[in-house]
Design a protein around this ligand. Structure first.
Ligand code: PHE
Length: 341
């Protein structure tokens, strides 16, 4: 027994390990339940009683020795890891990982949505492939109404029910009014499609943010104030707005809104074509026919709506004059907006 203890002690003394895995193997071999040291404890049963005291002590010593050895092997490895780090210059610049950037339209959209969020508007979205009801009929476009010609529509299927690419995000107004009871206060960002020849100033698809507020006693003054707040947050506190009478089938009265030209401050420049004003959106009070079509009683509720192009706002904010740049994804153009995050 004593021989066994001594030879095992020698063996353990000479052990080395160059990795945590090796340390673990040593632990398993010597100290786990079925390891060599506990095995000696089993042999202890057959030791004659007069030697038990001495052998017991020796065995315990061996166990402590093995445990201490294991710990010192572990510690030795830890110092090696630190020594490795010592050879590395931690102040050296890392190899830069190329980052993507947010698309300018996403930046502008997010900024717009943030501004409206501060006024309590939540976000609603709807499908790009729509039907005639949501894009036109529910919005008070009569079947033969010339207003349908205002927007050249891409039709996907003519019959039985018209399937088409939405020409404006006003379709989301209908979807929300059909399913939610007032008060409703939403902004609807999304892509819209129109059959137009692609040029610097027109594209077959672009993006809009629609706004809708329906409640009791909503007035034109509320609309004006919300839009003034938006314009000043977006283009600066000195921005002025002006509303010009206009026509949309789904609003009555309707208006188009101009902001004072933020390039020349209203004095007149090429951007505002010398007028001092630039147009940014269409708006108005939701037509009672639209409310009725969506199951809302116009005697009880009123509301306002507005819609604007995200590209238009981005043009004004970042002075991008060619619409095509937004969809060509030329990284040189996109990287110009790195700093705008
Ligand atoms: N839908 C209109 C457009 O596409 C914009 C608009 C929205 C006007 C809401 C009034 C109210 O031009």
């Amino acid at each position: 027994m004593l021989d066994k203890i001594n030879s095992l002690r020698k063996e353990i003394e000479g052990l080395t390990a160059s990795s945590p895995e090796e340390v673990e193997q040593i632990r398993i071999k010597y100290l786990s339940k079925k390891g060599l040291v506990p095995a000696l404890f089993n042999d202890f049963r057959s030791v004659p009683p007069e030697q038990k005291r001495e052998m017991g002590q020796k065995l315990n010593e061996l166990k402590e020795f093995a445990t201490a050895k294991l710990n010192s092997l572990r510690e030795a490895l830890a110092t090696t890891a630190e020594d490795d780090l010592a050879g590395i210059d931690l102040t050296r610049t890392a190899t830069p990982a190329p980052f993507g950037t947010r698309h300018p339209l996403s930046l502008v959209k997010n900024e717009m949505l943030d501004i409206f969020a501060r006024m309590g508007f939540t976000i609603a979205e709807g499908p790009e492939i729509e039907d005639d009801w949501h894009v036109f009929s529910s919005l008070n476009f009569a079947a033969d109404h010339p207003a349908r010609d205002m927007q050249d529509t891409f039709f996907i299927a003519r019959n039985p029910a018209d399937v088409l690419l939405r020409t404006h995000t006003s379709s989301v107004q209908t979807r929300v009014m059909e399913s939610v009871k007032p008060p409703i206060r939403i902004v609807c960002p999304g892509r819209v499609y129109r059959n137009e020849a692609i040029s610097a100033r027109a594209h077959c698809f672009f993006h809009q943010v629609e706004g809708l507020y329906i409640d009791r006693n909503v007035s034109f003054a509320d609309l004006r104030q919300a839009l003034l707040y938006f314009a000043q947050q977006m283009f600066g506190p000195e921005t002025k707005i002006r509303l010009r009478p206009s026509y949309f089938p789904f609003t009555e009265p309707s208006a188009e809104m101009d902001i004072s030209c933020h390039i020349c401050g209203g004095k007149g420049c090429p951007l505002c074509k010398g007028t001092g004003w630039v147009e940014i959106l269409g708006c108005g009070m939701v037509d009672p026919n639209v409310l009725r079509a969506c199951g809302i009683d116009p005697e009880e509720y009123s509301g306002y709506a507005f819609g604007m192009g995200i590209e238009r706002i981005a043009n004004l904010k970042y002075k991008v004059s060619d619409l095509r740049l937004f969809s060509e994804n030329d990284v040189r153009f996109l990287h110009e907006f790195d700093a705008a995050h």
